[in-house]
Design a protein around this ligand. Structure first.
Ligand code: NAD
Ligand code: LMR
Length: 326
């Protein structure tokens, strides 16, 4: 049996936390030979609820769950952490855009970035889920200068999974037939889900649908899916978000398959002329615990315009939180 790894989860008493922790503890994220120690963070008023979650984790008798630590202190929760899933943040309500949360949530991530810098493993892999995820990831990264910027990522895997299902349903196939999907940019209504490079049973997805559906249904449905769920459920997506977080970390830690790739919000190195330093969603392949941006993906004029628009929004969000970026 391997040595246990430490997985910090913030907002652990919340809705996503409840859908996430049991799957991490069962081995779904890091594999069924990898024991885990869960280090759970929430705010002081949520500690009773968090204790209840811990009791339920105990009651599952998961063979891979080596320990559960609950705290309202980020220095405790991030101590020696090998992985961190930063979920704790306010969700949006009906009528709000995700960037409306910047003011409410940004401060959380500067505090947590510092705590990660001071306490976590220097090899920690961080996934930011709390919205606006890309800019919160940027704030976290910039407040943790002793750790490589490559170790801070934002979640666009939910958008990626949503896009896979939309194209599978439209073409009468299953998600198993869909590969090479890309979400470019921000986890927001400006994100660009790209069907020109995606494949369905090896054929270009864009050849299987008409341009009107692609532009006026597929793209807006994926961009607005979070809002549609809030409207229908009266609360933001939780189980599908937790599932995407598991998928993201699993791909990063255990690798992607062959020529296929996944979408990850990662530190831009200037690839595809996206401004360096933004946390932008690119097509990524992962191997040996490292991601790389897939190069040479084709970019039409149509795609270019959309990729630039979502980059411009991220630059604007970054400028709005300058005071939190050391
Ligand atoms: P929730 O309100 O159910 O839970 C949030 C939890 O975070 C609560 O338990 C709260 O007490 C805790 N929290 C608040 N401030 C904290 C802090 N400083 N430190 C630690 N914990 C803190 O919300 P949820 O539905 O679980 O959603 C959490 C976040 O995830 C929201 O911002 C939501 O918009 C976002 N989200 C992102 C995606 C994505 O695809 N990136 C998908 C779904 C939801
Ligand atoms: C989602 O995409 O479901 C989440 O980001 C929640 C939201 O605010 O849309």
């Amino acid at each position: 049996m391997k040595q246990p790894v430490r997985v910090a989860v913030t907002g652990a008493a919340g809705q996503i936390g409840y859908a996430l922790l049991f799957r991490i503890a069962s081995g779904a994220m890091l594999g069924d030979d990898q024991p885990v120690i869960l280090q759970l963070l929430d705010i002081t008023p949520a500690l009773d609820a968090l204790q209840g979650v811990k009791m339920e984790l105990d009651d599952c008798a998961f063979p891979l769950l080596a320990d559960v630590i609950c705290s309202d202190d980020p220095n405790v929760a991030f101590k020696d952490a090998d992985y961190a899933l930063l979920v704790g943040a306010r969700p949006r309500g009906p009528g709000m855009e995700r960037k409306d949360l910047l003011e409410a949530n940004a401060a959380i991530f500067s505090v947590q970035g510092k705590a990660i810098d001071q306490n976590a493993s220097k090899n920690i892999k961080v996934l930011v889920v709390g919205n606006p995820a890309n800019t919160n990831a940027l704030i976290t990264q910039r407040n943790a200068p002793s750790i490589s910027p490559r170790n801070f990522t934002a979640m666009t895997r939910l958008d990626h999974n949503r896009a896979m299902t939309q194209i599978a349903q439209k073409t009468g196939k299953t998600v198993n037939d869909v590969t090479n999907m890309t979400i470019w940019g921000n986890h927001s209504a400006t994100q660009y889900p790209d069907l020109f490079n995606a494949k369905v049973s090896g054929e270009a997805a864009s050849d299987l649908v008409d341009q009107d559906w692609l532009e006026n249904e597929f793209i807006p449905v994926v961009q607005q899916r979070g809002a549609a769920i809030i409207k229908a459920r009266g609360a933001s997506s939780a189980a599908s978000a937790a599932n995407a977080a598991i998928d993201h970390m699993r791909s990063w830690a255990l690798g992607t398959d062959g020529d296929n790739w996944v979408s990850m919000g990662v530190y831009s190195d200037g690839s595809y002329d996206i401004p360096e330093g933004l946390i932008y969603s690119f097509p990524c392949r992962c191997k040996d615990g490292e991601w790389e941006i897939v190069q040479g993906v084709s970019v039409s004029d149509f795609s270019r315009g959309k990729m630039d628009a979502t980059a411009a929004e991220l630059s604007e969000e970054r400028d709005g939180v300058k005071h939190l970026l050391p």
